[in-house]
Structure formats: structure tokens, C-alpha cells
Design a protein around this ligand. Structure first.
Ligand SMILES: [Zn+2]
Ligand SMILES: [Zn+2]
Length: 455
């Protein structure tokens, strides 16, 4: 309880005042229109559709409106993260089992769920189990760690942990993924008994991948890899294509890909770096079973569950703390972040290395612990894009409008004129109410989903 709250009255009083205010109904409508977005953008202006010949106004919207913030991170805006996750789900799902312009024959093609990890940069606190017995064995520090132990994933000896190596690996992980895809094509050709330059006439690799931060502040890439025929999603996979062959090629490509760089060091020298994947590579065959279970046994995974899984990864941040939401502007910022000392050291390492020649970009990505890639990327042929999905929704609304007035695109003039006037909410009471609106919309969606699932 702050002293300010005593003057203004309790949050409950503020909320009931807001609800009784004359403009509440229209305010609530605005917030509902953005799905209860936590930090909506306020716009002022007008949108109008006029009949080109008569000049009659067919439809209009003018005055103050809200637009969703569009943030991907659930910690920043749960409402917009939900929408992002839903789009992500549909994209991944379409590439796995068809829909949104992708034929459902993709479900019969060789498809793998692959996890590529970062190598070790020094021992970290872990929960371990004996390989054969499955019995718990102590961490390298001698202790048994519980799930909630904040030491998990952090270095046992921070003084000897290779922070520079970790940050530099992370900064080059996107390049390493690229090397992996190039190598995979080569390994696939070899496995099929073809020359590398011949492979495109027989098969194409399509993929979608997400980056997920682990406790140790390093990312894993989770990827769906599909083997298509020469023309992509619509062409049948070659006769030799089998999940086992693809698995072997992925394994070989993961082991064989590396990125070499000569980078500046703090002593004024340069050093040779060779970035590789961690030894832990997880490869599972995706089964075309529409079940609610994630695991079907024998390390297999179903496509529906998998799409949900990946969508969830895509809305996660740097995990243990989301305090570092924005780029770091100065060294002082780093000291003030409310994050673990391990993450702080990674951020500081990235910032310091960013002061060296040729490594300036690291400062821009220090808050991401050096990672400068995108959270969700896919090959062009995997499935549709986010832009496609959004354009499709806008097109659908537009078509509906034209039908309603019985006109075509040639008959109308669209006037769209908006300017930004602000962002977010004015008071804690409004923020709380918006949160409740988001929660209600979410519950309604879950109920509707359950009803459809049991119908
Ligand atoms: Zn939002
Ligand atoms: Zn330990």
C-alpha cells in the first residue's frame, strides 16, 4: 500500500468509480475490440467508405479507437501473445497436416521434430538421473536440487564459466542454423545416392523453427523438418524418402555443421572461434495421429500436440525474468535490472564485448543475452506466413462489407486517416479492468473450444 493509494482510495474504489463513469460502456467496447490488450495504442481519425459516383457514405468509423499493441511476449501483453500463439499454431499446424492453402498430403510425408542445443560453457547446477537406474544422482556441486531451486541452470563456478563463449555462441546461433540447413541438403543427397546439385530436382527440405531459452540463458532450437518433392508442399516426396533416412541426415548435419569466425578479444588480439551444436540432439518422428497426447510412445509425437507445444515456446521470453524487455542503453541499466546474477553477467559480457571492433552489434542484443535471431522462422515453402494470415483476415472483412452493400471494389473509395495519440491505460483501475476483460474473453474461448471438442 503506497501513500498515494491512501489519498486516492483503494483500487476497488477506483474500479467501482470507473465502472460508474458515464463513458464506461464505450470504453469497455474499445477494450473488448482489442481483446483486452494490456497496452493498446490510441488512435484518432476516421475510416470511411464512400460510393465513388454518388459520394454517399456507406460505412464509417471516426473518433478515438484503440489498436492492439501486438507484443509477442505473454509477460508484456497476455492478450496479444494469445493471438500471436494462435497464428503461430495455425502456421505450424498447416505445415504439419495441411490447411491454409497447404494440402493435407503433407501429413504423409517424412516429418521430424528436431531439437538442437547449445554446447557446454562450463558445469551448471542440474537435476540428474542415472542413465540406467533412473535414480536421482547429486548435482556436480554435491546437492540434490528441487524444481524451484533458482540455482538450476546457473554455473557451479561463475568465475571459470566461459561467459564470452556463451554469448558469442548465442550471437552466431542463427548462422549456425543456416550452416545446418546447407549441410542437411548435402547429407540428404549423400543418403539418397545423388549429387548435391541434383537434389533439388528430387526433394526439398521445408522447416519451421522456434527458439526457446533454457535456464542457463542459452537457446534451444525446436524445429519441424519436412521432406517434400521438388516443387514443395504440393509435390509428393521421392520414393526413397523415409523418416529413418531423414533422421540419419539430420544427425549427420547436426554433428557436421559449424561456423568459423575470427573475432576481436579484450586484450587487443583476435581469436579463432568455431561454433558448433551441443552433443545433445533430439530427433523424433512425427506421427499423423490427431490425439491430445503429446507423446505416443517410442519417442514419437503427434502433430496436433506439437503445434500447440511450439506455439507456447514462441511466446516465451528469456524465461527466468522478463525484466530485460528492451534494449540496454547504458551500463547503469544493467545494474538496475531485476534479473538473476547469471543473466546479468551474460548481459554485461555482451555489452562489454560490444565495445570491441567488429562486435558493436552485441550491445543491441545484450538484453536478449546475445541472441539476435527471430523467435519463429520458417522456410518459404513450409506453410503460409503471418502476413498472409493477417491479409486474409482483412480481405475477408473487406469482402463481407462489399457484399453487405452490394458493391465491388471499383464502386468505392476508402478513406483511412489515423494518427497515434498515446498508448496504454490512464490508471491502475483501468489496467485491472482490461485484465479482467482479457480473462473473460479467454474463458469464453476455452468454453467454446471445449464445446466444439466434445460435440
Ligand atoms: Zn497487446
Ligand atoms: Zn548444484
Amino acid at each position: 500500500m503506497t501513500t498515494g493509494a491512501a489519498v486516492l482510495g483503494s483500487i476497488d474504489d477506483q474500479i467501482s468509480d470507473r465502472i460508474r463513469a458515464a463513458d464506461f460502456r464505450s470504453w469497455r467496447k474499445h477494450v473488448e475490440s482489442v481483446g483486452g490488450c494490456a497496452k493498446p495504442i490510441h488512435l484518432d481519425g476516421e475510416w470511411r467508405i464512400e460510393h465513388a459516383e454518388t459520394g454517399d457514405t456507406l460505412a464509417e468509423r471516426a473518433g478515438q479507437v484503440m489498436a492492439p499493441c501486438g507484443n509477442r511476449r505473454a509477460s508484456v501483453c497476455p492478450a496479444c501473445a494469445d493471438r500471436y500463439a494462435a497464428d503461430c499454431f495455425h502456421l505450424i499446424r498447416a505445415g504439419l497436416s495441411g490447411g491454409k492453402g497447404i494440402p493435407d498430403t503433407v501429413a504423409g510425408k517424412p516429418r521430424l521434430f528436431v531439437t538442437l542445443t547449445a554446447p557446454s560453457f562450463g558445469p551448471v547446477h542440474t537435476q540428474r538421473r542415472g542413465a540406467g537406474s533412473g535414480k536421482r544422482i547429486p548435482c556436480g556441486c554435491g546437492a540434490f536440487h528441487l524444481d524451484a531451486d533458482t540455482r538450476l541452470g546457473t554455473p557451479i563456478d561463475p568465475a571459470t564459466y566461459d561467459y564470452a563463449g556463451a554469448v558469442l555462441w548465442q550471437a552466431h546461433s542463427g548462422d549456425l542454423w543456416h550452416r545446418f540447413t546447407v549441410r542437411l541438403r548435402r547429407e540428404l543427397a549423400k543418403a539418397a545416392g545423388l549429387k548435391v546439385r541434383e537434389i533439388d530436382q528430387h526433394a526439398r527440405i521445408a522447416y519451421a523453427k522456434v527458439a526457446e531459452y533454457q535456464r542457463r540463458g542459452l537457446i534451444h532450437f525446436h524445429a519441424v523438418i519436412r521432406l517434400d518433392g521438388p516443387h514443395g508442399a504440393h509435390s509428393p516426396a521421392p520414393h526413397w524418402a523415409h523418416p529413418d533416412l531423414l533422421t540419419a541426415a539430420v544427425e549427420a548435419a547436426a554433428r557436421g555443421s559449424h561456423v568459423r569466425r575470427t573475432l576481436a578479444t579484450p586484450t587487443g588480439d583476435t581469436a579463432q572461434h568455431r561454433f558448433v551444436w551441443g552433443t545433445q540432439v533430439d530427433i523424433r518422428t512425427i506421427q499423423p495421429v490427431d490425439a491430445t497426447k503429446v507423446e505416443t510412445g517410442r519417442g514419437e509425437i503427434t502433430d496436433h500436440a506439437l503445434a500447440g507445444y511450439i506455439a507456447k515456446y514462441a511466446t516465451k521470453g528469456t524465461s527466468t525474468s522478463d525484466a530485460a524487455d528492451r534494449p540496454i542503453r547504458s551500463e547503469v541499466d544493467i545494474d538496475n535490472l531485476i534479473i538473476s546474477e547469471h543473466h546479468r553477467t551474460m548481459i554485461r559480457t555482451a555489452w562489454d564485448l560490444g565495445g570491441l571492433p567488429g562486435l558493436g552489434f552485441l550491445r543491441r542484443w545484450a538484453h536478449m543475452l546475445g541472441f539476435r535471431g527471430h523467435f519463429l522462422t520458417k522456410s518459404q515453402r513450409y506453410s503460409r506466413s503471418f502476413q498472409d494470415l493477417r491479409a486474409e483476415r482483412a480481405h475477408w472483412r473487406h469482402t463481407e462489407l462489399l457484399e453487405r452493400f452490394g458493391v465491388t471494389d471499383d464502386d468505392i473509395i476508402v478513406i483511412n486517416d489515423w494518427r497515434t495519440t498515446g498508448a496504454g491505460y490512464n490508471t491502475d483501475a483501468e489496467r485491472e479492468l482490461a485484465g479482467a476483460i482479457y480473462e473473460r474473453i479467454r474463458q469464453q474461448r476455452i468454453t467454446r473450444y471445449d464445446r466444439e471438442a466434445t460435440a
